[in-house]
Design a protein around this ligand. Structure first.
Ligand code: ADP
Ligand code: NA
Length: 328
């Protein structure tokens, strides 16, 4: 088979939250040790599918680079780069868009959700961004893609597109496999029926990786639970408290059962502070490293420059071959 290669992307839209870290970034750190070639792209082409302020976007790319490094992703083990710096992403996306039907894209759930947020006047880019995702992955002939369950259908589109290309032009792309996260979805602290998300308008719903200890305590103190003042793990019946236990479990490595056992006799108000403390401990080194790195723009820009150079060296020969196969 093909040489194993891992690709994943993250949008530069604000500081990542606890859900992004526990659900994605933490596993990215492990993958760079397990696989020889690993690429992590800050996908700014994707982020302009909805309106962005240019100055904010520029800063967000550097913030995301700082964040990836602070979480433990190492430029020695992973290629960290800004998507727009490697022009072949957009070029391959054009070729793949000519292999993708409109109905296939129309059926993807994210288009429906996100275009509704734009009063159903979503851009062509928002409509076709799953094709750009396919290009991101196939441009490196990636074999493994860590994905959240919200992205499974997009990876299926990538697989179908690779198969169609191979059928039309000759066997060229490996069919990339999903690496599914095993961790539970972290839920909003204000509304445990929805996931923790950076687009949540409620200020106290989402814990950011750069939140101060005081902010973290406040958010957990205000977390929505229920009227039973006891710690149990019952995601269906008691989603609020169970979300706290799930967060506690994820940051300490203890199982939900162990946590419930240790918290016997504790009131939920008191328990919230214990979870806040565990989250503060877990995030402290990340926040400190992030603040240190944010002061060193030159270093961050250097990491991105070198990353883009290495990504380009991998991408260019693949794109050349694609062009030849297509008849250019
Ligand atoms: P958001 O919904 O905050 O915009 P993204 O869709 O950009 O997050 O997700 C980036 C990555 O983080 C994906 O791999 C996704 O599965 C993961 N992720 C996002 N929210 C959560 C969550 N609440 N719990 C666990 N993982 C999450
Ligand atoms: Na590696």
């Amino acid at each position: 088979g093909a040489e194993p290669r891992v690709f994943s992307g993250i949008q530069p839209t604000g500081i990542p939250h606890l859900g992004n870290y526990l659900g994605a970034l933490q596993s990215w750190v492990h993958l760079q040790e397990r696989y020889h070639t690993v690429l992590y792209s800050i996908v700014d082409l994707h982020s302009i599918t909805v309106p962005q302020d240019p100055g904010t976007l520029r800063q967000s790319v550097l913030d995301m680079a700082a964040c990836l490094l602070a979480c433990g992703i190492s430029p020695a083990q992973s290629c960290i780069f800004q998507q727009s710096q490697v022009a072949e992403h957009a070029e391959l996306a054009w070729i793949l868009s000519c292999l993708t039907s409109m109905p296939r894209l129309r059926h993807l759930p994210q288009w429906k959700v996100k275009s509704q947020r734009q009063n159903n006047e979503g851009s062509v880019g928002l409509f076709t961004y799953p094709v750009l995702q396919a290009a991101d992955i196939l441009l490196y002939r990636a074999t493994h893609v860590p994905v959240g369950d919200d992205q499974v259908q997009h990876l299926e589109l990538t697989q179908d597109t690779a198969r169609l290309f191979n059928r039309l032009y000759g066997d060229f792309f490996p069919i990339p496999k999903a690496i599914m996260g095993t961790s539970k979805k972290i839920r909003s602290l204000r509304d445990p029926s929805s996931k923790m998300s950076k687009s949540d308008p409620h200020k106290l719903a989402t814990v950011r990786l750069t939140d101060s200890p005081e902010e973290i305590v406040m958010k957990f103190r205000k977390a929505v639970t229920d009227f039973t003042s006891e710690v149990t793990y019952d995601p269906e019946g008691r989603p609020g408290v169970s979300n706290l236990v799930a967060i506690h479990s994820a940051v300490t490595g203890l199982s939900a059962e162990e946590i419930v056992g240790r918290s016997r006799g504790m009131e939920t108000a008191q328990y919230k502070l214990a979870v806040a403390e565990a989250v503060i401990q877990k995030l402290r080194p990340i926040r400190e490293e992030m603040h240190r790195l944010q002061k060193d723009r030159g270093y961050l820009q250097g990491v991105l420059r070198q990353g883009a150079q290495r990504a380009k060296e991998m991408a260019a020969p693949v794109y050349d071959s694609v062009c030849r196969l297509v008849g250019f």
